[in-house]
Design a protein around this ligand. Structure first.
Ligand code: ZN
Ligand code: ZN
Length: 438
């Protein structure tokens, strides 16, 4: 019973202009005290796709609509428009899951059909604005909506003539005022416990995690949680959880979710090509790498740095917001190795994901051109040859006269590669100089 008409807007606008009037007496209904009601769905859902048809009261067949259809997201709240006594909260064939509330002081019943879930039970006393169910598309329905009706009698437990137009019977408020705030969590006896409550994200999900109407895979899909999105779990039983995402409530399998506090990043890179050794100046180089993570990759950055650590102009940064990222899509096109001047460089790629982890995935050293200086063992003054000035330099260091050795000088001094610089290195250096200058 859904036809996508948008004519509701004008009617709703007119209705809300009279919100300050708490009581209205629609024509022909003076026998009933009309009342101030709350809108039976979440306030953002105002599109009426099918209106009430008064002909139903003379020709009682389902082709004449006995209520209004309010288009609303599956799993969103259904509120008691007015307080009263629940007389039915059950499966009712073509109506699907349905709640019927009796309002003795008004002489009418309100009924709420096609729910994905009923959250009250027959005999319960509900207050105006209480959550009594969740919107769905059960029974004879072609999409998520609330079929909301008002009638003055029941026949064998079913809504029956006379029906009233819900749009003119009540003056509505948005159910956001004090006193009408809906209960925080659904009142169900499913046995789920709050020990699972917390902020979660998806686990092992590539596209989206289904939100369902109940704790099983045979219940209707009422929404989707995108891979990597964060959502709230209010209760769970280890296998199924009550989830809230983007204003919707439903159920989702706990096999595909992970509590945020437990997040461990499994970020990694495969199929890497990275520059190493010596590259000729002006030559191109294609970098590759497929980054994956169990969590959404929030940032990838890196490229070419001078060996001292400062970034060159050949760097890039991306915010993939997916669980996969291919460096060849953007980094390879934006890092121009053929634009690098002669020198010593470091190439590195760093990725961050939703856990907050920042991981250096690739780090290689390379040089451009042939003039890159080479370290020679014993060449303490970096003049490219071994001679007596190197001996003098090492001697003054060992004797404590020169305490200002650089890291490079220290490494060049460790002639016997034993990790320390001492008198044995000086002996070895003297031999090497004799040999080099012979
Ligand atoms: Zn309907
Ligand atoms: Zn449960």
């Amino acid at each position: 019973m859904i036809t996508k008409t948008k004519r509701a807007a004008a009617v709703i606008a007119a209705l809300f202009m009279i919100l300050t009037i708490l009581m209205i007496y629609p024509f022909g209904l003076s026998a009933h005290a009309a009342a101030y009601a709350v809108w039976p769905t979440e306030p953002k859902f105002k599109n009426i796709t099918t209106y009430f048809d008064a002909a139903r009261n003379t020709n009682d067949v389902s082709g004449y609509h006995n209520g209004i259809d309010i288009e609303a997201d599956g799993g969103s709240n259904i509120y008691a428009a007015v307080g009263g006594k629940v007389v039915a909260a059950e499966w009712m064939d073509a109506y699907g899951y349905t709640v019927i509330i009796q309002h003795p002081d008004l002489g009418v019943y309100t009924f709420y059909a096609h729910a994905s879930q009923v959250l009250t039970s027959a005999g319960a006393q509900v207050k105006q604005g209480d959550v009594i169910g969740k919107v769905g598309s059960t029974g004879n329905s072609s999409g998520n909506h609330l079929h909301f009706g008002i009638c003055d009698s029941l026949q064998a437990g079913w809504p029956a003539r006379t029906y009233y137009d819900p749009m003119s019977y009540f003056a509505y408020s948005d159910n956001s005022g004090s006193g009408n705030t809906p209960a925080e969590s659904p009142k169900t006896d499913c046995g789920c416990s709050e020990e699972y409550a917390g902020e979660y994200t998806t686990k092992g999900v590539v596209t989206y995690l289904n939100m369902r109407a109940d704790h099983n895979t045979s219940s209707a899909v009422i929404g989707e949680i995108p891979a990597g999105a964060e959502f709230r779990v209010t209760r769970g039983n280890g296998e199924w959880a009550h989830v809230e995402y983007n204003g919707k409530s439903g159920f989702a399998s706990m096999a595909y979710m992970e509590k945020k506090a437990d997040l461990k990043s499994e970020i990694k890179i495969e199929n890497v090509t990275a520059p190493e050794g010596n590259l000729d100046k002006g030559k191109t180089f294609s970098i590759k790498g497929n980054i994956t993570s169990n969590l959404v990759i929030t940032k990838v950055y890196g490229g070419v740095y001078f060996r001292s650590g400062e970034a060159t102009s050949q760097c890039a940064e991306a915010a993939p917001n997916t669980i996969k990222y291919d460096l060849s899509t953007y980094f390879d096109k934006n890092i121009a190795f053929n634009a690098l001047n002669d020198g010593e460089y470091t190439y590195k790629i760093v990725a961050e994901d939703k856990s907050g982890a920042s991981v250096e995935l690739v780090k290689t050293d390379f040089t451009i051109g042939s003039s890159a200086p080479k370290e020679v063992l014993g060449d303490l003054n970096s003049d490219g040859k071994l001679n007596v000035t190197d001996i003098v330099a090492l001697q003054s260091y060992i004797l404590g006269k020169n305490k200002e050795f650089t890291k490079e000088q220290y490494l060049a001094s460790d002639m016997n590669k034993d990790g320390t610089v001492d008198i044995f290195d000086l002996t070895a250096l003297k031999k090497a100089v004799v040999k080099a200058t012979a």
